[in-house]
Design a protein around this ligand. Structure first.
Ligand code: NAP
Length: 286
């Protein structure tokens, strides 16, 4: 079997076309586009590159974006004051605080200071709690939302399937596991202390990799016909590769996301979708 390649770039492009139309409609009605504020620390590193990517892609899709570059010396109270100001600004609808933050700034206290209605990456404990209980109109983290969207777009329902999620971070693995559970999958979560990873992977009908370990999941471990969602982004030499051994996995799986071009383009697209949703809700309540 040679797997279908899940074209995240193409799917994201189609979704962005529709989002651009909705963003333009919103701007025509309210006088300003749905707008995100992105806060990041330092320059020239991955945080700045991600901020620039968001800037480029949001503007291209008729969204507004404000970048706030913070110096390494920014104190926790300065960052919290900025979040407070952005929270009160009616022209900013979404807020993303990139990690890592400097060691003297507590990511946990910062996440509590993000306005819940503008928390477009779903990091505030209220949004995380609503995701956990699957109740209310919560904003879900962008990266796993993109993985779920890819499954939907290729017509795969998680219902009744065994989904194995490798990785348990608060931003990727854990929310992905809960999103699959809420869609009636039977879910196993694996992490760095998991025994017999290979056997668990072999029992997966949907395999999600979110470990950040290049080639951790061997193609030969997969169940024939498995669907593979690879979130891994690993720079090896001059290449970016996933957590799944792509060439071997493609011969066993029925569908697989490539790296790059799979889950990556979906993350920014889901940030746009959440920013639009947040803007529409704030408009409704203003
Ligand atoms: P993270 O916070 O470092 O979490 C990694 C998780 O993988 C942890 O739960 C860790 O277990 C587990 N793990 C590490 N080594 C393992 C092993 N050998 N076997 C089983 N589990 C193992 O990383 P993250 O932020 O979730 O990101 C994961 C990957 O996704 C990274 O490559 C990152 O660059 C990528 N990413 C991609 C996107 C996208 O848009 N596609 C967005 C965000 C992140 P413990 O909990 O036991 O330590």
């Amino acid at each position: 079997m040679t797997a279908r390649i899940i074209d995240g770039r193409g799917i994201a492009g189609t979704l962005r076309g529709a989002l651009a139309e909705e963003a333009t409609t919103f701007a025509n009605r309210t006088g300003a586009p749905p707008t995100i504020a992105v806060m990041f620390v330092g320059g020239d590193g991955p945080s700045e590159r991600y901020a620039r990517q968001i800037h480029r892609e949001f503007e291209r899709t008729s969204f507004g974006v404000r970048l706030h570059r913070l110096s390494e010396e920014t104190t926790e109270s300065e960052l919290i004051a900025l979040l407070d100001a952005v929270g009160r600004d009616p022209d900013v609808h979404g807020v993303l605080v990139e990690t890592p933050l400097p060691p003297h700034v507590s990511a946990q206290r910062v996440s509590l200071a993000i306005p819940v209605m503008k928390d477009v990456d779903g990091v505030h404990p209220v949004n995380a709690g609503l995701l956990f209980s699957n109740s209310g109109n919560y904003l879900a983290p962008a990266t796993p939302s993109g993985g779920i969207e890819l499954l939907e777009k290729i017509g795969v329902s998680p219902r009744g399937r065994h989904a194995v999620v490798v990785g348990r971070s608060a931003s990727v693995g854990k929310p992905m596991a809960f999103m699959l559970l809420h869609r009636d999958a039977t879910v196993t979560i694996c992490h760095s202390h998991t025994d017999r990873l290979r056997d668990l992977v072999a029992s997966a009908s949907i395999l999600v990799a979110a470990a950040g370990v290049p080639g951790l999941i061997r193609g030969e471990w997969l169940q024939p016909g498995a669907i593979v969602i690879d979130f891994g982004v690993n720079v090896v030499g001059d290449q970016v590769i996933g957590d799944v051994e792509f060439v071997a996995a493609r011969e066993v799986a029925s569908a697989i996301t490539p790296v790059p071009g799979g889950t990556g383009p979906m993350t920014v697209t889901m940030l746009m979708r959440n920013t639009l949703l947040a803007a529409q809700r704030q408009r409704m309540f203003s």
